[in-house]
Design a protein around this ligand. Structure first.
Ligand SMILES: Nc1ncnc2c1ncn2[C@@H]1O[C@H](COP(=O)(O)OP(=O)(O)O)[C@@H](O)[C@H]1O
Ligand SMILES: Cc1cn([C@H]2C[C@H](O)[C@@H](COP(=O)(O)O)O2)c(=O)[nH]c1=O
Length: 194
């Protein structure tokens, strides 16, 4: 059996990561009768506890997880949303090793997640999976200030929290020019949680 393929969908908030990953899940199932599993960190209860929901309100049933669940032998693909949160204290074990285990069994894995936090620092789980990926989809949004391509996420109320669930009330996509202006302003010294 061939080693499984790993796809990573990354980018800033509002770039369509969840939508892209859900599209891949639908394509995987269509016409093949394949069984898949769709996982999300239990910690992310922003839109729903048991669904992956995109910012347009489109949702698919998902298993909320705090660790990698048993993946039955007939499951051909595992999809994981908000993968940046699959680490301590929200996830037991090592997600990267769990993914390696699935790939070694020939299971396809596709994940979606933030590549960077609001300060432009890599999220370690996403960074590791990007290094291992067979295919990477680095998506862009539109800058909330000027409308050009946005690869960064701007936090409207600056604080010392790296992890803080939120939507458009707290975050917006920005291009490098408009995001960088903000990051250069003096602020609190940040204590990173993950
Ligand atoms: N402030 C915003 N900027 C850009 N897109 C937004 C915004 N608010 C909502 N959206 C919607 O978000 C959708 C992308 O949602 P989603 O797939 O959940 O993105 P991601 O997972 O990357 O955050 C876009 O199709 C767009 O309609
Ligand atoms: C940039 C950034 C985001 N978050 C949170 C905010 C949201 O709840 C999710 C990202 O959701 P999306 O599907 O990508 O829109 O992550 C955070 O905790 N820290 C950050 O730096």
């Amino acid at each position: 059996m061939a080693y499984g393929k790993l796809e990573v969908v990354c980018g800033p908030m509002f770039s369509g990561k969840s939508t892209e990953m859900l599209k891949h899940a639908v394509w995987h199932i269509h016409g093949t009768g394949s069984r898949i599993m769709l996982l999300k960190p239990a910690f992310d209860v922003r839109y729903s506890e048991t669904k992956v929901v995109n910012h347009d309100g489109i949702g698919f049933d998902a298993i909320p997880v705090t660790r990698m669940p048993e993946v039955p032998a007939d499951v051909t693909a595992v999809f994981i949303d908000e993968v940046q949160f699959c680490c301590a204290p929200h996830y037991e074990g090592d997600l990267v090793e769990d993914v390696r285990g699935l790939l070694a069994r020939g299971v396809q894995v596709a994940v979606a997640g933030l590549d960077m936090d609001w300060q432009g620092r890599p999220f370690p789980v996403t960074a590791a999976l990007l290094a291992m990926a067979d295919k990477v989809f680095k998506l862009r949004s539109r800058c909330a200030v000027c409308g050009v391509d946005a690869t960064k996420t701007f936090k409207k109320q600056r604080n010392d929290r790296r992890v803080e669930l939120g939507q458009a009330d707290l975050y917006e996509p920005r291009c490098n020019a408009h995001w960088h202006d903000h990051s250069q302003r003096p602020g609190v010294e940040l204590a990173l949680e993950i």
